[in-house]
Design a protein around this ligand. Structure first.
Ligand SMILES: [Zn+2]
Length: 151
């Protein structure tokens, strides 16, 4: 089934829960969400299913590469997905530390355009975004959607 529309994303999430199934991303590999190789074997356990569904949905919707981490390919990002509990980067209780947040860079698409798509409910599993930044922080905290936070 597709996961492009909001309804499809919600339906897929509901069906996976109903059937007791794990979601394995189509377009993202372990190192794009983990901070180092130490996490490789645990990565699917450590990331929220809604997050993984949403990343694939965004990748399909925009049709361009989405960078979360790129350290594996020699890039600068290693803490844009899961963050180690003891990192000094970000907030003490950042959702990143619980497998409930990602920072996406959607190639060629301004972050504000993506935020407006999220506000327009194209990715309804996201419950919180960070505003006024050049990337797209999306998280899946237990709250009324859609929260918008600063820094
Ligand atoms: Zn973030």
């Amino acid at each position: 089934m597709g996961i492009v529309t909001a309804e499809q994303q919600i339906k897929l999430y509901a069906e996976l829960i109903r059937d007791g199934k794990q979601y394995v991303p189509i377009h993202f590999q372990w190192h794009e969400l983990m901070p180092s190789a130490e996490y490789k074997r645990y990565w699917l356990y450590l990331m929220d299913m809604r997050l993984l569904i949403t990343l694939d949905a965004m990748r399909i919707y925009y049709g361009v590469p989405i960078t979360v981490n790129d350290w594996y390919w020699g890039g600068q990002y290693s803490l844009s997905g899961l963050r180690p509990m003891d990192t000094d980067v970000g907030a003490k209780f950042s959702l990143h530390k619980f497998g409930l947040a990602f920072d996406a860079k959607v190639r060629g698409v301004d972050a504000e355009i993506v935020r407006n798509d999220i506000r327009a409910e194209k990715f309804p599993l996201i419950t919180c975004i960070e505003k006024d930044v050049s990337w797209n922080h999306c998280d899946f905290r237990n709250t009324n959607r859609l929260m918008e936070v600063t820094g």
